[in-house]
Design a protein around this ligand. Sequence first.
Ligand SMILES: [Zn+2]
Ligand SMILES: [Zn+2]
Length: 302
Amino acid sequence: MLQKKKITFSLLLLVLMGACTYPAKEHINLEEQAWIHGSEDCEQNSDPLIQVVKYDEDTWILRQNKCTNYEAPFMFLFFGKNKALLMDTGATREEDKFPLYQTVKSLIDARQKEYATDLQLVVAHTHAHGDHHAADAQFQGKPATSVIGLQVEDIKSFFAIENWPENNAVYDLGDRALEIIPIPGHQKSSIAVYDPQSGILLTGDTFYPGRLYVEDWSVFKESIRKLYDFTKKHEISYILGNHIEMSLEPGKDYPIGTLYQPEEQKLPLYPEDLEELHKALERLGDQPTREIHDKFIIYPIK
Ligand SMILES: [Zn+2]
Ligand SMILES: [Zn+2]
C-alpha cells in the first residue's frame, strides 16, 4: 500500500514537472551554423576576433578566432531576469587581441536597455584549464560583475553544491534555473551546465567533437555515466562542448595546434553520441585506452 502511494506521488510529481517546462523559444539551427575556423595564412585572416552568435532571445554563443589561439574555444552567455552567466573566458588574456569583456558588456548593455533592467554578471568556468579562463582579469573589478574561482572549493561554495561530485545544484538567473552538474575526470573542477529553457547541455572539454583528454580514467567514466543517466531523464536539444577538433571525415582529427580547420565537424553532439561514449568506456573497463570514434576520440593522458 505504501509502495502504491509512493508510485502515485511520483507520477503526480512527473506530471507537475512536465507542466512546468518552458515554452520553446525560437532558435537557430546549430547544424547549419558556420563558425570562424582560422586561416591558412593568419596574416590574411579578416574574421572577427570573437564570433558572436545569437542562439535564441536569451542565449549567445561566442567563439574565439583560431588565429589568436589555436584552441579557438567556445564561450556561452545565458540571460535571466536578474543575472547573466558567462561560461568561460577563452584562451587569451590581452584585451586588444581578444576583447571579451567589451563584447560581453555590449551584449549586456543592449539587453539592459531593451528590458529596462539591471543585470549582475556572473563569470564561471566549465573547468580550470588555461584555455577557458585566460581573460578572467578583464572582468575582475568591473561593476556588477563576479568572477568565480577555479578550484573545486570555489565552485562548491558558490553554487552551494553538497557532496561533490555526486550532487547537482540549481542556479537561478531569474526565471531561468540552470542545473550545475559536477563531472570531474577531464579535470578536477569540471562541471556541466543544463539549461531546461533551451535544452542545451554544456559539457566543456569533457565531451565535444574532438580529443577527449582523460586525466582520471575511473572518475571520468563515472562522470560520463552520470551525464548519460541525466540525458535519459531530461529533454536535450544540443550537447555543446568547448572545442571542435574533428574534421567532417569520420574519426579524423586535425593536428594539435593547427590554425586552419576548413572542414571541421559540427559543434553539437546528441544524447546518442554520449551513449556511444558511455558504452565504449564501460566496454574498455579499467584500462585507460585510446579509441577513435567517428565524432570523438577517447584520449587518456595518464
Ligand atoms: Zn580542458
Ligand atoms: Zn579546452
